[in-house]
Design a binder for this molecule. Structure first.
Ligand code: PMP
Ligand code: GLN
Length: 382
């Protein structure tokens, strides 16, 4: 008998649903990834760097040119200055950054506050560090943080809070007032913050992403994580970064150097070139994805699914209670894939305690127009 360190962990919902989509030939709107390619200039840059011999280990903290581009980017978008050498670390995906940050600060018995529905990578990393997640539920149809409940959940053992905004799976954003609340409630406490901002550039209807980087008091104790995968349509490159004050970066790098040592070299060079050549590329992303959201939602008006247009991320939640209220969301996702050819993600898997009456599925609209049309036709026929 193996004494599992993660006895309650199975295969992730992303693998399960993408596999089911492949087996059944369903349109895959489950796992979040684009079905279109990255900008040609970025793809060409990879070939150039591979040919130029940039194929050996990158520096442990990341290729310097890319760290500098990250610093330029956050100055441009959030008006903050970070030290590319001491505060920026390139990681093999945001997932590795989050894992390393958790291992760096969590000791046996520490508590970590997370907000459900919560991205699936957090809790296993906390468990491996010997910590315990305290799950708070986001409230209302707009998935707000209940700061009263948060204040009550704080204990002398709370060591870390994990924020995720724009939020996967709901798309909810946070406000400056949320960050001020968090800063105020935690001011006297010895705890850290991971701010998972991988969808930072995917916000709609003129809203602005509020980054922890621009909140001086919170940033002093924070790891701010992002992913090139989301912003440049290259989820398979598994390249991300974490920005943290120098002392926290030192601790994070102690872990990162033994988990992976470094990210993939030619990809880092290619991203650095592209960011230097087209810093304005990110400015058009909200409009690009908002057009996809609106196309998809306009098409879904003709269906029996109910929804409010998502304020951020490339996920749209839809309520199916007018169609099959008898099915829970896991059953519904299976039924929809098998019987109607559209794969989705049930959101109950992101809860410690699923909300019994909730009837929500997550659909990814990071797809070509024809894919969205094809999926919508199927969804409207139900
Ligand atoms: N956090 C959230 C909320 C995500 O949705 C994802 C990925 N989809 C990640 C982290 C991981 O990003 P990466 O693929 O760069 O590891
Ligand atoms: N973050 C992606 C999503 O939410 C999935 C990443 C993964 O497959 N682990 O769909």
């Amino acid at each position: 008998m193996i004494r599992s360190k993660l006895p309650n962990v199975g295969t992730t919902i992303f693998t399960t649903m993408s596999q089911l989509a492949a087996q059944t030939g369903a349109v895959n709107l489950s796992q979040g990834f684009p079905d279109f390619n990255a900008p040609l200039a970025l793809l060409d840059a990879v070939g150039r760097h591979v040919a130029a011999g940039h194929n050996q280990y990158a520096p442990m903290t990341g290729v310097a040119a890319l760290r500098e581009q990250v610093a330029c980017k956050v100055a441009r978008h959030y008006g903050v200055t970070v030290d590319a050498e001491l505060e920026v670390t390139i990681t093999p995906g945001a997932t590795e950054a989050i894992f390393c940050a958790i291992q760096a600060v969590i000791q046996a018995g520490d508590e970590v506050i997370v907000f459900d529905p919560c991205y699936d990578a957090y809790a296993p990393a906390v468990a491996l560090a010997g910590g315990q997640c305290v799950h708070l539920q986001l409230s209302g149809d707009d998935f707000r943080i209940d700061w009263q409940a948060f204040a009550e959940a704080l204990s002398p053992r709370t060591r870390l809070v994990i924020l995720n905004a724009p939020h996967n799976p709901s798309g909810a954003l946070i406000t400056r007032a949320d960050l001020d609340q968090l800063a105020q409630l935690t001011a006297e406490r010895d705890l850290y913050l991971i701010s998972d901002e991988v969808y930072e550039h995917l916000v709609y209807d003129g809203a602005q992403h509020v980054s922890v980087l621009a909140h001086e008091q919170l940033y002093a104790r924070a790891f701010v994580v992002s992913s090139f995968g989301k912003s440049y349509h290259v989820t398979g490159w598994k390249t991300g970064y974490v920005i943290a004050p120098p002392a926290l970066s030192v601790e994070l790098r102690k872990v990162h150097q033994y988990v992976n040592f470094c990210g993939v070299t030619p990809l880092q060079h290619a991203l650095a070139d592209f960011m230097a050549e087209q810093p304005e590329y990110l400015d058009q992303l909200p409009a690009f994805y908002q057009a996809k959201r609106d196309l998809f939602c306009d098409l879904l008006q003709g269906s029996r699914f109910r929804f409010t247009r998502t304020p951020g991320t490339y996920f749209q939640l839809v309520d199916y209670s007018a169609i099959r209220p008898d099915l829970n969301d896991v059953e519904m996702a299976q039924w929809l894939t098998r019987e109607h050819g559209v794969a989705s993600i049930p959101i109950s898997v992101f809860y410690q305690q699923p909300v019994a009456e909730q009837r929500l599925l997550r659909l990814c609209f990071a797809k070509r127009e024809e894919t969205l049309q094809h999926a919508a036709e199927k969804l409207c026929a139900i």
